[in-house]
Ligand binder design. Structure first.
Ligand code: HEM
Length: 335
C-alpha cells in the first residue's frame, strides 16, 4: 500500500501534538505481552511494505556525532556512569516516522520524527535512548500496537466502511488523537522536543528510586516552519538542514528526566504525565558534526530502547518488547 493511499484512507494525514489525557489513579500491572517480535515486525511491514536494507519504521534518517555533558544534578537521581561527571561521546540518528526510505520530509507520515542516541561509555560499553517528537504513544501496550498496525494495514482504499481502522479508533480515542491531529513541519530536526515515552526506573548511589521519562528540549526552543515556507519545503530538507547547521554551530538538546508522582501510569506510554511534574536536568547533548558516511553508519547502527546501564532499569514492559523487535529487524535489514 502506498503511503499516500494509507494517508488518504486511514485519515492519518498528520501525526501530531498529543495532550495527555490525564493520569490514572493507580499503577496497574500491564497484561503480559503475547505478540512475538516476528509478529510485530511483520505487522509494521504490513503497513509500510518491505524495503530491503532499511528499518521497518523510521526508515529515512541521518547520523551525526557529538558529546553529552552531564549536569551536576544528574547524579542525584541515578548512579549511571554517563550521568556522573565525565562527558561521553554520543552517536545520534534523527529520522522520519514512516517505514519508507523515500518518504518526503513534508509528508504527514514523516512525523513524529525520531531521535536515537547511543552513549559511548568509559570502558567501551554503550547505553541507548530511542525517543520521538510526540509526548505519548497511540496505545498502552505492545499487543494493542499490533492490533492498531493490523487495522491500519487492512484499511486501504478498497476496504469496506467502516474499516477495521474506523472500528479500532472508535474504541481507542487516544490513538485517534495521535493519528488525526495535524502537526506542522519543524524548521529543523534540531527545533523539536523529543520524548522517551516509556518509563525507566532510576536508582542513585544511596539506593533511592525514581520513575522517570526522558525529554529532550531544543536549546533554541520549538520552531515551526511558517505555512508559506512549508508549502515550498524540499522533500529532503531536514537531512540537508541539520548537516549544514552543525557546520556553523553545535546543535544543543537539554536531556531532562520527568519524575513520576505516586499514581502516575508507569506501564502505559499512551498517558503523558502532567507538565507540572518535577524535572531534573540531566545534561546537554551537543551535536557537532555529521557522520562521514551517514548511509553506511545507519545501516550498521542498532539502537536498543532497553540497552541500559547500572542505575537505570526498564520499567515499562513495552521496552523489552521493543528491544526484542529491533534486533530482529536489524538482522533482516542486514542479511
Ligand atoms: C511495541 C512497540 C514498538 C515496536 C514493536 C517498535 C518497533 C520498531 C522497529 C522494528 C524499529 C526498527 C529497528 C531497527 O531496524 O533498527 C523501530 C525503530 C524506531 N522506533 Fe520503534 N517500536 C515501538 C515503539 C516505539 C516507541 C514507543 C517509540 C518512541 C518513543 C519508537 C521510536 C522509534 C524510533 C525513533 C526508531 C528509529 C531508531 C533508529 O534511529 O535506529 N518506537 N521501532
Amino acid at each position: 500500500m502506498k503511503v499516500s493511499e494509507l494517508r488518504k484512507h486511514a485519515a492519518i494525514s498528520a501525526v501530531a501534538v498529543f495532550v495527555g489525557a490525564g493520569v490514572a489513579a493507580a499503577q496497574e500491572k500491564a497484561a503480559p505481552t503475547s505478540s512475538t517480535p516476528e509478529q510485530m515486525v511483520e505487522a509494521i511491514n504490513g503497513v509500510f511494505g518491505k524495503h530491503p536494507g532499511f528499518r521497518a519504521v523510521h526508515a529515512k534518517g541521518v547520523v551525526l556525532e557529538g558529546v553529552f555533558t552531564p549536569n551536576p544534578a544528574a547524579a542525584s537521581v541515578s548512579k549511571a556512569v554517563h550521568l556522573q561527571k565525565t562527558p561521553v561521546p554520543v552517536t545520534i540518528r534523527f529520522s522520519d516516522f514512516a517505514g519508507v526510505p523515500t518518504i518526503p520530509d513534508t509528508d504527514g507520515m514523516a512525523r513524529p520524527h525520531g531521535l536515537a542516541i547511543k552513549f559511548h561509555l568509559p570502558g567501551g560499553g554503550e547505553t541507548d535512548i530511542v525517543a520521538h517528537s510526540f509526548n505519548g504513544f497511540p496505545v498502552a501496550t505492545t499487543d494493542e500496537f499490533r492490533a492498531l498496525l493490523l487495522a491500519l494495514a487492512a484499511s486501504g482504499p478498497d476496504a469496506p466502511k467502516p474499516t477495521p481502522l474506523d472500528a479500532f479508533l472508535g474504541t481507542h480515542p487516544i490513538a485517534k488523537t495521535f493519528l488525526t491531529t495535524p502537526k506542522p513541519l519543524p524548521v529543523s530536526y534540531a527545533t523539536l522536543p523529543y520524548y522517551g515515552v516509556n518509563s525507566f526506573k532510576f536508582t542513585n548511589a544511596k539506593g533511592d528510586v525514581a520513575y522517570v521519562r526522558y525529554q529532550f528540549l531544543p536549546a533554541g526552543g520549538t520552531q515551526i516552519m511558517p505555512a508559506d515556507q512549508a508549502a515550498k519545503a524540499d522533500a529532503d530538507y531536514l537531512g540537508k538542514e541539520i548537516r549544514d547547521r552543525v557546520t556553523h554551530e553545535p546543535v544543543k538538546l537539554e536531556m531532562v528526566a520527568q519524575i513520576a508522582k505516586s499514581g502516575d501510569k508507569i506501564e502505559d506510554p499512551s498517558i503523558a504525565w502532567p507538565d507540572s511534574r518535577r524535572t531534573v536536568d540531566l545534561g546537554t547533548i551537543e551535536i557537532t558534526k555529521a557522520a562521514a558516511d551517514s548511509a553506511a553508519a545507519e545501516k550498521s547502527l542498532l539502537f536498543l530502547p532497553g540497552a541500559v546501564t547500572a542505575g537505570i532499569d526498564a520499567a515499562d514492559p513495552m521496552i523489552d518488547a521493543r528491544s526484542a523487535a529491533y534486533p530482529l529487524d536489524f538482522s533482516r535489514r542486514n542479511p
